[in-house]
Ligand binder design. Structure first.
Ligand SMILES: [Zn+2]
Ligand SMILES: [Zn+2]
Length: 300
């Protein structure tokens, strides 16, 4: 499970950095978190195939988190997409998208489903591969974070070993569940001889735009990786609070309180050219802090 940062800047693009968007890859499926301007261009640049994208989640209605949507939705139709697309976002989002489609008399080539976010925390998607839960954060306008949990898929088969021991393919599902295989002559083929550990469950908490608050700590508790915005350094803490944003120090405090393993920092203000001070400031509190760079895929 990986997250690739497509945009790590806040509202104004600066120094080659783009507004917020991230792609989470789970078992080959892509999940898009926010969709700032240039998202479709960034996805192309970093080699993502739109056909693997089925779920888009928009945290809130500030333009730096959704202005890339009309272009992306339209381009997928121009390419003749047929797979379903599910968009989750604030209820105000769909009328905007709809009017853009209506004035251009656009009929999308694919089934498009919009799901309005609830006010509180709720499970939005729960399938065999992953679960996505939204949770409210505290921003100037209604805003949600998202928790993405990758599910385990049992043990991983070693096909060469299975063939070597002559195990019939019909028994493979049981091997994935950890069972041993008994041959016709009564010999036991131990599960660990023909399988290895499968992918473990993983949790990624995307904390969107928020003022410093511990109100969602319970939900993100134990996440392997937390993304937390830090628009400002601590020297601008008053400005951060006034604008419902956070500092690098505050992001690190959240990661520490949540017992995370890794902290990804982003949503940097365009007033900062150099991002190293963000890493340095956060690392003093939470050592495994990373000031994200665009195009980098981080293992969760
Ligand atoms: Zn923002
Ligand atoms: Zn915002």
């Amino acid at each position: 499970m990986k997250v690739t940062i497509l945009g790590n800047n806040s509202a104004l693009p600066a120094f080659g950095r783009h507004p917020t968007a991230q792609v989470v890859s789970v078992y080959g499926e892509l999940i898009l978190l926010d969709c700032g301007e240039c998202t479709q261009i960034q996805m192309q640049r970093y080699g993502f195939k739109w056909r693997h994208l089925q779920h888009i989640f928009i945290s809130h209605m500030h333009g730096d988190h959704y202005f890339g949507l009309p272009g992306l939705i339209n381009s997928m139709s121009l390419l003749g997409r047929t797979a379903e697309l599910h968009l989750y976002g604030p209820k105000e989002l769909m009328p905007i998208i709809q009017s853009i489609l209506d004035v251009a008399e656009t009929v999308l080539s694919y089934p498009f489903h919009f799901h309005a976010l609830p006010e509180g925390s709720e499970v939005l998607v729960d399938n065999n591969s992953f679960k996505v839960t939204c949770f409210p954060v505290n921003h100037r306008i209604f805003c949600h974070g998202f928790m993405i949990e990758r599910k385990t898929k049992g043990r991983k088969l070693l096909p060469d070993k299975c063939r070597e021991y002559g195990i019939p393919a019909i028994f493979y599902d049981q091997l994935k569940q950890g069972e041993d295989y008994e041959t016709k002559t009564g010999d036991i083929i131990k599960n660990e001889w023909v399988t290895e550990d499968g992918p473990s469950p993983k949790k990624y908490a995307y904390c969107a735009d928020t003022i410093f608050t511990d109100s969602f700590i319970d939900i993100i508790q134990g996440a392997d990786t937390i993304y937390h915005e830090c628009t400002y350094l601590e020297s601008d803490a008053a400005k951060a609070t006034a604008r419902f944003h956070s500092t690098a120090t505050q992001a690190a405090q959240i990661a520490k309180m949540a017992n995370a393993k890794q902290l990804l920092l982003g949503h940097f203000s365009s007033k900062y050219r150099d991002l190293e001070p963000f890493r340095a400031e956060a690392s003093a509190i939470f050592p495994n802090s990373i000031a994200t760079t665009e195009g980098t895929a981080y293992e969760i």
